[in-house]
Every structure is written in C-alpha cells, then in structure tokens.
Design a protein around this ligand. Structure first.
Ligand code: AMP
Ligand code: MG
Length: 421
C-alpha cells in the first residue's frame, strides 16, 4: 500500500502543463495567464472629478463656510466624457460631473452638497453663479491621472489565475484578448455490465450509471472540459476499443473494474496496452486505484502520452478519488499551483473507528458555532451511499495511526464546498 501523498506525487509526475491559447477576456475566468501583461496607458488617463460638483481653485474658497458662503461665477459645465476648453480662474467655477476631466486652472472639486447649486437648479435661480459653503484643501475630490495604473505597470503576471478583478483590470486598459493555458479535455468512460444509462428504463438486476455524471461535473467544476464516452461492458476487446476512442483527450478517467472481481478488466487492458501502475492506496474509501499512461495507438500523437486514472466503481469512492487525484491533475494541466482544498480544524461531534490503519475521509457536515467549527458524520459511510455526499460539505480526515476518533477530538476537515456556490 502507498500513501495518498505518494500516489499524488507519482500522478503529478506524469502530468504536464498544457499549451496556451488566445481568447477573449470573457472566456478566461479561472484560467491561468500565459503571458505578462503590462499597461500601455495610464488609468485614469486624465485628472478627473471624483464627485459631482464644482471645479474651482482652492484659493478661491479659502474663507468659505456655512455662515460665510463664497460666491463664485459659473463659467461652464463639464459632463462626464467631455473635456472643457475653458480655464477656471480665481473667483470662478465650472460645474462638473464624476469622471469628467478637470478643466485647466481648477485644482479642487467642491461637491454639490457643499454649495447651493442644487437649490438653484430646483428653484430656477440664475445658474451663472454659485455659493460655496465650505473651504476645501487643494486637490480634494480629484482623481489623478495614473493613480490606479501607470503606463508600463505589470498588471497580470504569467501564472496568475484570472479572477473577475483581473478581467476588469485588463478591460480598463482596453485589452480584449490574452493568452491563457487551455482547459484540459477529460474523457470519462464508465465500465460495468450492470450499468444502464440515465435515459433508459432500468431492467431488473441493473443500475443507472451515476459515476459518469458525477465525474463529468467534477471535471467542469475544476475547469476541465468533460467528454462523456458512455458505458463500456466488462469485455476486454470492447473495453480496449472504447479506451482507444478516449485517447485524443488530455486525460482519461474510467470508473470501475479496478478491484479484485472476475470481471475487473480495466486492469487487464491497461496492463497490456498502457504503462500502468496499480496501487492500493492507504485510504478509505477508494482503496484500489489504477494510474497509467497510454503512449501507443491514438495516444501516440499526444506529447508524453495520455494519462489514465482508473477510479473505483463505488460512487463515493469514485468521487473522493477524483477530488484527491484527478482534481490536482486537472489543475496542474491548467497551469495552477495551488492544489489544496480549504481545510479547517473541527471538533468532532460523533466518533469514527479506524480498523485497518488507512486514512479515512469521512463525510461530514461542518458548522460554525461560537467561533469554532464542529463536524458530524452524515450517516451511513458505505462507499455506495452517495446521498451521504449530498448531505456533506466536507471530508474529515482521520490519520492512518489514529485507531479511534472520540466525540470532542479535533480533526482536519477538507471542505468540499467553500463559498463557490
Ligand atoms: P467495480 O469497481 O467495477 O467493482 O464496481 C464497484 C461497485 O460500484 C459496484 O457495485 C458497481 O455496480 C458500482 N458501480 C460501478 N460503476 C458505476 C457507475 N458508473 N455508476 C454507479 N455505480 C457504479
Ligand atoms: Mg465493475
């Protein structure tokens, strides 16, 4: 048996970062920048008004107060998006809207609230003058050219994950397209003679194929593009043919057929056609795991071959093995470097027995009370009980050497959901 860490390290050793593609910024959320991006311009490009009000010279309003308002002559108006040709002199003002370029001569913006400008507007009194009711320091309410971004600044570094704020910054410099590491296409093939697809009636003795759908949406969740390949029977020849079909993807995930049963043929096919390792990973659920790389056939054209992860058929094992091994592989292909799910320390509210020295990933619901986290298992922990995943928001990790978890013990909980929904 090998540890979870050893298995992950071996898998990642075969995974390469994919090549870049150029795309529109709107299609890049969550992808990794494949180039450094410097700004060609200052943002904002000009000094501009931070509030609606009057552009003045600070010296003109030095003595202004509520009791002693300072009258100024209004010589023009600057709506947002326009540039005034006029010049503001001593004793003068121009009405100005947020975002408009500060006119020449002005050095301070007085907000409407500190003037009688709006009262004049409402009452129809002459707008050729205004009373300023407050003195302001020079430069107040002016946003300076380049205060956000200076021409030449490095805004997005190669390797950065693009979040909405990076996309916004790129938009603010007028950048519509950029190079990002492309998303991996992950082929998903379910195996098992007992499986029936979800749009077919269920004959006695069969079950619906659920793993394909869980795995496909897990792939999507972490940024990959799933390629659903349906169900392959437990038959060497047919399985081998179907696996070949999946080898023009960046990774292949099969479910089922990796344990000790008479019909667990994924193992056999892999042993014959791929470079393969079968591992018994010291974890529960999800002990049997196959990992290999296909280099021949359709995979021959793909640099380094096509990695294949064979997850166990039991639905919970399949999901958890994906989280632990396929998710980091997808993230690595996308150029990401952080493979760790958010983890909290929680006080267990019920007990867990660890009978065979494996690392247990127990389905729990974690809650926060009085500034502490608590976690409780979500009922039946059999690896076929998929509804216990529905009830869970995390996996409590019982270390290999911990024989028994008692209520009140603290465990790390790997959170499956963390504010993404
Ligand atoms: P296996 O790993 O092929 O021995 O399968 C282990 C268990 O998981 C069996 O009870 C299978 O019926 C079940 N199983 C395998 N594949 C799937 C699937 N795609 N969807 C739901 N259950 C599955
Ligand atoms: Mg099977």
């Amino acid at each position: 048996m090998i540890s979870v860490e050893e298995a992950l390290e071996k898998i990642l050793g075969y995974i390469a970062v994919l090549e870049p593609e150029e795309k529109h910024v709107l299609d890049c959320l969550g992808q990794v920048a494949a180039e450094d991006i410097h700004s060609p311009i200052d943002v904002p490009p000009l000094d501009n008004a931070g509030m609606d009000g009057y552009a003045v010279r600070a010296e003109s309003i030095a003595g202004a107060s509520e009791k002693n308002p300072q009258p100024l002559k209004v010589i023009g108006e600057v709506p947002a998006g326009t540039v005034s040709k006029g010049k503001v002199g001593r004793g003068e003002a121009m009405s100005i809207m947020t975002g408009a370029a500060v006119p020449e001569g002005a050095d301070t913006i007085v907000p409407f609230e500190d003037t009688d400008g709006q009262e004049r507007h409402r009452s129809g009194v002459s707008l050729s003058g205004v009373n300023i009711r407050r003195a302001l320091p020079l430069g107040k309410n002016i946003r300076l050219a380049g205060e956000d971004i200076r021409s030449g600044d490095l805004l997005v570094s190669k390797g950065a994950v693009l979040r909405p704020q990076e996309i916004g910054v790129l938009a603010s410099i007028g950048r519509a397209r950029l190079k990002v590491i492309r998303r991996p296409v992950v082929a998903i093939l379910a195996t098992g003679d007992e499986l029936v697809d979800i749009d077919k009636p269920l004959p006695f003795g069969k079950i619906h194929n659920s793993n394909t759908y869980t795995l496909a949406t897990q792939v999507q969740r972490y940024g990959g593009i799933p390629r659903v390949m349906g169900i392959a029977p437990d038959d060497m020849k047919e399985l081998s043919r179907r696996i070949q079909e999946g080898l023009d993807s960046d990774m292949l995930i099969t479910s089922g057929g990796v344990s000790q049963g008479y019909y667990d043929v994924v193992k056999e096919v892999l042993a014959r056609e791929g470079e393969v390792a079968f591992w018994t990973v010291r974890m529960k659920p999800g002990k049997p795991l196959a990992f290999g790389v296909f280099r021949g056939g359709k995979a021959a054209g793909r640099k380094g071959g096509v990695p294949h992860l064979g997850v166990p058929g039991n639905p919970v094992s399949s999901m958890i093995v994906f989280e632990l091994f396929a998710r980091p592989a997808i993230l690595k292909m996308m150029g990401k470097q952080n493979f760790v799910k958010p983890t909290i320390r929680a006080v267990m509210e019920d007990g867990i027995k660890n009978e065979d020295g494996r690392r247990i990933f127990a389905r729990v619901i974690a809650t926060r009370r009085d500034g502490r986290y608590f976690a409780r298992t979500t009922g039946g922990q059999g690896s076929g009980i998929l509804t216990s995943m529905v009830k869970a928001n995390g996996l409590a990790i019982v270390p290999e050497e911990m024989v028994e978890v008692k209520p009140g013990d603290s465990l790390n909980v790997m959170m499956l959901d963390w504010g993404e929904e």
